[in-house]
Design a binder for this molecule. Sequence first.
Ligand code: MG
Ligand code: MG
Length: 260
Amino acid sequence: MMISFNKQLIKTELEIKKMQAAGSLNDRVLREVKALIKPGVATRDLDAAAEEIIRDHGGIPTFKGYPGPYPYPATLTISINEEMVHGIPSGRTLTEGDIVSVDCGTTLDGYIGDSAFTTGVGEIDEEKQRLIEVTRESLFKGIEQMRPGKHIGDVGAAIQAHVEGAGYHVPQQYTGHGVGREMHEPPQVPNFGVPGQGMALREGMTIAIEPMVLVGTSRTQVLSDQWTVISADKSLTAHYEHTVAVTANGPLILTRYRED
Ligand code: MG
Ligand code: MG
């Protein structure tokens, strides 16, 4: 029992290299999608571009067909303004002043990279810019804790302290997660926690850290499409994510584009 549990949780160096290749391609997709974001673009066109890049490089869009209320129908999740995560690409077009969160998963050679960012459409005001910055910073506060001997509670506590210190909220129900051959592996990594509590982190663990931040509430609801998660008060939200390996030398971000 213990052996199979560890097998999923702890990756070999070779497995981490494969995840790095998947993560690099995933980041490339996000960078190219980000460059296409502007007023008037339909979210389904961003999705089509993402799928093409992934398939051109021999990858598989991890989200497409992902089990849920019904199989997830797209390559990206694109969540606009009060939509926090899991927004389904459609004919809806982006509007100047929107903030848009894009999440992507890429499977390459059997291993997965999972990452996300939020950005403004055209010009955005200072409040929106601040929300995006705080969310991005909180991701790196969490990543900084990803060291052998630290605990999952240290990661969540670091994210929570940064977000709540800025006057924002983290959700209760949506968390980061282990990732590798499967998109969601143990452990769950909440965006809140108590330092020193929860599972101890060990070398070879690979985890998607993903702070989701809401301006007005920690409560969320799911729209009638059964996927899109919004803030319960319809206040703005943002989301950043990286897949990170715990190594003896500290956290290694796997979802960064690497030339070669
Ligand atoms: Mg993701
Ligand atoms: Mg994720």
